[in-house]
Design a binder for this molecule. Structure first.
Ligand SMILES: C[S@@+](CC[C@H](N)C(=O)[O-])C[C@H]1O[C@@H](n2cnc3c(N)ncnc32)[C@H](O)[C@@H]1O
Length: 288
């Protein structure tokens, strides 16, 4: 396999018990699902509407189950699929799972076949150098004028990071904030974005494992306690995700898609971490 074909998170298995505790933006919020529902509802009226889901997000699958749609799920990891099944509220007899790499699905799935493709930031798991291939594959899988409903992790170049010292100060001032998922993750990302070892602005990779290691070093130096580690680390192993800027992201997708709408959850007024997420409704271009 070429070096650039490296799969970022091949062994990803966040078991349902842990995923159940995760909140938006890790999982889609109610408002995000509503944003995509308009597209689903409109397309569900079509005869033989076919939907492709990248990943196994339970909220997206429940939305499609409500409309009794014909769904194909694609993920490289069947364990994640089995685990996420436990968080489903509805059963969709018309849902099937295909185990494959999104970068190779053009060889496995029919082309020009799906009315809608849906995914909650699947490309966060893809090397930035592979984004073009990834979006091309989605393009190829969609029918003419097909729609891509896509959540994306995003980072504004104006984002001001904080240092590890500031992180510890903020934590000491109000440790209760770090018991809240959205605030805890917000401060951890904000710190990681200011450290080039954690977030590399060139390849856009954010390495949660490297961040956790830096925090571990602070513990070894006696700057924080063992108990603090509970609140100041991601604890998702060596998970790595890619965070494009809105400019880079729009430029990449505009090659294959026309942006019909985009959405930032109003929860972002209360929780700034929601600004690291954006949702799109995109239409397949006639040609590229
Ligand atoms: C953070 S987790 C799950 C959250 C994700 N939003 C979802 O919808 O499933 C990332 C998922 O992406 C899958 N994955 C990562 N790289 C992949 C690839 N190249 N092809 C297919 N699935 C991939 C993993 O197996 C895992 O289930």
């Amino acid at each position: 396999m070429k070096k650039t074909s490296r799969v970022l998170n091949p062994g990803w298995k966040w078991y349902w018990k842990e995923w159940e505790k995760a909140e938006p933006p890790y999982r889609p919020s109610k408002a995000e699902i509503k944003f995509w529902e308009r597209v689903v509802k409109k397309n569900a009226k079509k005869k033989n509407c076919r939907v492709l889901v990248l990943g196994t997000t339970p909220e997206i699958r429940d939305l499609l189950a409500r409309y009794k749609l014909d769904v194909t799920l694609v993920d490289i990891n069947p364990e994640m699929y089995r685990s996420m099944n436990k968080l489903m509220r509805l059963k969709n007899p018309k849902e099937k799972f295909v185990r494959t790499n999104w970068l190779q699905m053009d060889k496995v799935l029919p082309l020009n076949h799906f009315d809608i493709v849906l995914g909650d930031s699947p490309h966060s798991n893809i090397l930035f150098s592979e984004y073009d291939k990834f979006f091309k594959n989605i393009y190829l899988s969609l029918k003419k004028e097909g729609i891509l409903c896509l959540g994306t992790a995003i980072i504004s170049p104006k984002e001001k990071g904080i240092s590890y010292e500031t992180l510890i100060k903020v934590y000491r001032k109000d440790p209760s904030k770090f018991k809240e998922f959205k605030w805890q993750k917000y401060y951890l990302y904000k710190t990681g974005f200011s450290d080039k070892d954690v977030f590399n602005p060139k390849n856009l990779e954010f390495k949660e494992g490297v961040f956790d290691k830096k925090i571990e070093d602070l513990f070894k130096k006696g700057k924080i306690t063992k108990n603090d580690l509970k609140y100041l680390q991601f604890k998702v192993g060596n998970y790595t995700d890619t965070f494009p800027s809105p400019y880079i992201f729009n430029k990449t997708i505009k090659k294959y898609f026309k942006i019909l709408e985009f959405f930032i959850d109003p929860l972002s007024k209360k929780y700034p971490i929601m600004k690291y997420k954006r949702d799109y409704i995109l239409e397949k271009k006639k040609e590229f």
